[in-house]
Ligand binder design. Structure first.
Ligand code: ATP
Length: 422
């Protein structure tokens, strides 16, 4: 049993190296080809110099025998991909008269004369294949040689590349590449509230026993995503079933730590849970400055359960807006358990919400002390009279600590709701 057949991508263009354009063609091709059971094993970015293009393509061909290039098929001097790759294959370029006509007609329809420079876009390496482009002037091209392998050339304009891939290139590659057993399929399972190492320990036996599937750990700031992948060794129906079995085992093992699949959002899940219980919620935030309220209200329809949020950043605001007693602030400081608890009560009292969340912490980079270092965050959650207030010690930049604080608060409230608090 072997993995899906592999190809390499060579993205061509100085703009990609200068950072003026982000390579979106490579990621798109990687995903699209995976669906067809073709793996991209490497992606190279080269500038608009003949030597760079030539060695980029030659090296990639030497490794996999199949390469998809994008970019540099335009009509201008700096578009070198076509002649350079033809030279690599040792074949001349020949003008495809039919394509010249297609281009000429398109210009004429718009009342324009085709510039002579466009003729190079009808040049095809001898023995090569032309893929007609319905959405632009540069056709796709393919060259094959038993010694070198196969090279597909596509224009860099993303819409044209995608159109040509869907209409011509996938079919062409299927006839050229050995048939894999199935598509490369993956499923993302989202966890939060557990460290990567602890997560790895908890599922170590599952990781080693689900071959040929693989599991990758992807830290995403607000948690660890697990990506379970079938790398093309299994036919589609078996892969789908194996992914489902893996998901079931991981869900059973991890319980509520695993909160969803794909792009699942913990705030949306909290919202659904609140809705199903007929509960309303309010927030009292200090260091997150409204982020928690933002997360809760990102979901359309959240007005069904979100009453509102209070951002009480200064001590004075904590007293005035949330009724936190001055004595508590003086005695314990704003970042403390009693203040988080008083903020929680204040949020419930001022809004009449069933549930509340409060956050008070030190997001940094300044403001920490040995007793309360940056990342010290007190988080409170309440479901009716039942309150839970906990100390979190978070790491990361200011932005990360704020994101992680909001996520931890949502995690706490969800756990409390699931524990059956009423
Ligand atoms: P055309 O023949 O239509 O001019 P081309 O093959 O010459 O296309 P380029 O000139 O390399 O393509 O790029 C055309 C446009 O596509 C540019 O705006 C460029 O920024 C964009 N582009 C090129 N390569 C990529 C890429 N890998 N990802 C996203 N955009 C890209």
């Amino acid at each position: 049993v072997s993995r899906a057949p592999a190809v390499e991508i060579v993205a061509i263009g100085d703009e990609l190296l200068l950072g003026d354009t982000i390579d979106t063609n490579g990621p798109w091709l990687g995903d699209r080809l995976a669906q067809e059971g073709i793996l991209v094993s490497r992606r190279t970015v080269v500038g608009d110099q003949a030597q760079a293009i030539r060695s980029g393509v030659a090296d990639a061909l030497a490794r996999t025998g199949t390469v998809v290039c994008c970019g540099g098929l335009g009509p201008t001097q700096d578009d070198l991909t076509r002649p350079v790759v033809a030279a690599l294959y040792g074949v001349p370029l020949e003008v495809d008269a039919a394509w010249v006509e297609v281009m000429r007609e398109r210009f004429e329809k718009r009342g324009l004369r085709m510039p002579a420079s466009n003729v190079v876009q009808a040049e095809v390496p001898r023995g090569g294949t032309l893929f007609p482009n319905d959405v632009g002037t540069a056709p796709g091209l393919a060259l094959h040689d038993d010694a070198l392998g196969t090279t597909v050339l596509l224009p860099g304009v993303p819409g044209e590349l995608r159109w040509l891939t869907e209409h011509h290139v996938l079919g062409y590659l299927r006839t050229r590449l050995p048939r894999g057993r199935g598509p490369v399929l993956r499923r993302v399972l989202r966890t939060t509230g557990i460290a990567e190492s602890a997560l790895a320990e908890r599922i170590a036996d599952i990781v080693t026993s689900i071959a040929p599937l693989g599991i990758a750990f992807l830290p995403v700031g607000i948690g660890i995503d697990l990506r379970v992948t079938s790398w093309g060794e299994l036919p589609e129906n078996e892969a789908v079933a194996a992914l489902q079995r893996a998901e079931d085992r991981l869900r059973e093992r991890l319980g509520p730590v695993l909160y969803g699949t794909g792009r699942a959002d913990l705030a949306a899940l909290v919202g659904e849970t609140l809705r199903s219980r007929g509960f309303t919620v309010a927030t009292a935030e200090s260091c997150t400055g409204g982020l928690l309220a933002k997360r809760l209200t990102d979901a359309a329809g959240s007005s069904d359960y979100v009453i509102g949020g209070i951002v009480a950043y200064s001590n004075e605001a904590k007293q005035r807006l949330l009724g936190v007693p001055e004595a508590l602030l003086r005695e314990h400081g704003a970042v403390s358990e009693p203040v988080a608890r008083a903020m929680l009560e204040g949020a419930r009292r001022t809004t009449n919400a069933d549930c509340a969340l409060s956050i008070t912490g030190i997001a940094g980079p300044g403001g920490g002390s040995s007793e309360k270092p940056v990342g010290t965050v007190w988080i409170g959650t309440a479901v009716r009279e039942q309150a839970d207030v906990r100390l979190h010690r978070l790491v990361g930049s200011r932005a990360e600590i704020r994101e992680r604080s909001a996520q931890a608060a949502l995690r706490m409230l969800l756990d409390q709701l699931n524990a059956g608090a009423s």
